[in-house]
Ligand binder design. Sequence first.
Ligand SMILES: [Zn+2]
Length: 330
Amino acid sequence: MCFILLSVTSSIAQSPTPNPIFLPINQSETPEEVEPTPSNDPVQPISTEVATETFENTRTVTQVFETPPNETESAIEKIEHHVLKRPIELSGDNIHWVDRTYPYGSTQWDTKEVHLGVEFVNPRYTPVLSAEAGEVVFAGGDAEVLIGPYEGYYGNVVVIAHEILSLDDKPIFTLYGHLERVEVEIGEQVDARQRIGRVGATGIALGPHLHFEVRVDDPFDYTLTRNPDLWIQHYVDHGLIAGQVHDAGGNPVMGHRLVVRSETINREVFTYGSERVNIDPVWQENFTVSDLPAGDYEIVMLDSGGRVAYRNVVNVEAYKTTFIDILLDE
Ligand SMILES: [Zn+2]
């Protein structure tokens, strides 16, 4: 299978940017009743919805669309894979959305190690659920087993192998770190949303939270992570923005701030802060903005001198990824 990457660049002079939108197809939807508002934005989205979609397919969704006339290739193929359930139950006071302060690829302004997973910040003992059915390939403390950048990094950790393949046909694993308690054993088969442990602060955690990772190919290789935002199912009528900010030489611009806003959302995001971040080989993203109610969003990026370097309005469709390619022309 050949994946051809879209190269749509934009600067002030070129805007508005064409925004390819990658459509999910063949998903069988089984809405599920839940309660909370799916966001911790500074400006809370007004959302009365309270559900997530359950997609039964494990693999994928293909959308082929035409390339712009100036491209030599005739078609582009990108694939959505929002197939994993949220590892925190969608109910009560649970925080089942990814923490925005230390997202995937963040270094928190070079104050922390680059983050190759995401956090679900919840009180100790909050149940942790398997994101999909699979087989437990690790369960226990990592003090003597290298799973992260060094031994003892995750504390009590569970790793599950799923029958889901990456876009290049490699197996997908999910990892659940810093658990207070592990409630499964190695070799055990688990169902999707089965309780596998409890939120804790073991390993290097500073406070109770679930550290969640998506890995490909090797469950013990910390360098093979992917951004969970590209894998986690959408809330009802929500979608995702993903994109790449790069310079004129095509190099990704690291740690650059973007603002994504609508009437109800005001989200500050940063491009990945380190070359060590693993990007999706097909999407080639260096930022994502997840859990956005469908609608129009203005994206604004300033250059190092504080001038507007990029401004555009994109439409986010429910259950879809809107990909934007931004040339930062400094
Ligand atoms: Zn973490």
